[in-house]
Design a protein. Sequence first.
Length: 421
Amino acid sequence: MLESVKIQSRQSEIRQTLAELVGKETPSEDETRQMEELDREYRANETRYRAALIAEDEERRKAGAELQTRSETEWADLVGNFELRQVALALDEGRQLDGPTAEVVQELRAHGGYRGLPVPWEALEIRVGETVAAGTPNPVQTRPIIDRIFAQGAAARMGARMVNISSGEAEYPVTTSAVTAGWAATETGSVAGPTTYATTDRPLKPDNTLGITMKITRKTLKQSGTALEQAVRRDVNGAIGEALDTAVFLGTGANGEPAGVVDQAAAYGITETAIGAAASWAAFRAAVVRFMTSNAAGSPADVRLLIRPEVWDTLEGAIFDAGSGITEWDRLTKNIPAQNVAMSANALAAPAGGPPATSKALLTTSAGGVPPIFVGLWGAIDLVRDPYSDAASGGLRLTGLVTADVTVSRTAQLEVLTGIE
C-alpha cells in the first residue's frame, strides 16, 4: 500500500476520535491531553502526506499508464502464448484446454457464437524461433519464418484496411458532395448558395463465408508433438491469405464471394480507362494526373499501383532511351516509388485475348488518411472438426470458417486500367 494511503487512513481515524472527545462538555485531564497529542499528530501527518504525494507522483503516473494499456497488453500476452496444438488435440481427443489458450477461447466465445473452437487472427503469426519444414515439421531443420498473415499480401500493399468486427454490420459514411465557395459579385450581392453535404454509406455485411479444410494424419498427431503448431499455422495462413487476397480484387459478388474492386469496378462506380496500347509510364501517368486533379493525391508518390508480372516484364523490356538504357520501368519507378508498386499473379487475372494479350492494372491512393479499400473480418476463425471423413484412418479433418466482406471508400481514390498490352 502506498504511504500516502496509509496516512490518509490514519488521518480519518484521528478525526473520528477527535469528534468523540470534542463532543464532551467537561473532558478529563487525560482526554484533554489526548486531544492535544492527536492534534499534533494530525498536523505532522499533513506535512508527511504532502511529501508522500510528491514522492509517489512518478509511481502514480506509471501505474496510470499501465492501467490504460493493461487490457491490450494482457490480451497480446495471452494470444502470444496461444497454442494451436491444444486446439487440434481438443478437437481430436477431447483434451481439455488449459492456460492462455483456454482463456483466449473463453474470451472469444463471450463476444461471439462459434460452432467449433475460435482461433484469433493473431495466432496465425509464425513466431520467432519456430521452424517451418515441408510435410511433417521437423524441429531440427530451421527454415525461413513466414510473416504474419496479410503482411505481404497485395491487399495490404495497396492500402486496404483490415477491420475486425465482433458482430453485426459496419458502415463507413464517405462524403460524396462537393461544397463550393463563391465571391459576392457586388457590395450587396449574395455569396454562393448553400450546398447539400451528402454522404454515401459503404457497408460491410457478414454475407460471405470462406472455408478451408486441413487434413492431419494420425501419424502427424503422434509424431510431431509441439511442432504441429507450424503445420497448422502454415496451412491456415497461406490458404486464407491467398483466398482473401483474390476476393478483394477479383471477387465476383456472386456464388458467396464478396465484390472485388477490379472485377466489380462498374458496380462500385470506379473509373475504368481503356489503354489499348503497350504498357508504358505514359499510360499510368495519365491516371496519376487524374488523381491529382481530383485532389485525391498530392503527388505521384502518394499513388499505389497493382500490376501483373507480365506487365513488369514488358515495362522492363521497353527501352525508352537507347543511349542511356533507360526503360519504361525506370521512368515509372522514378515517379511512383518501387515500394508502392505491387506485382501479383493472384490478385489480377492472367492476360487474355490478343495477340497481343492484354491485362488490367489498379491504382489507389489514401486521400486524407482514408484507405481506398475496407476488408471486414468478423470475429475469429471458427475451427470445426469433421469426425466422420477420416474416422477409418484415425486422422483429423478440420474446417476453418471465416466471414469477410469488401467495400471501397471514395471511388475517386481508385482507378482500373484495362487493355494494357
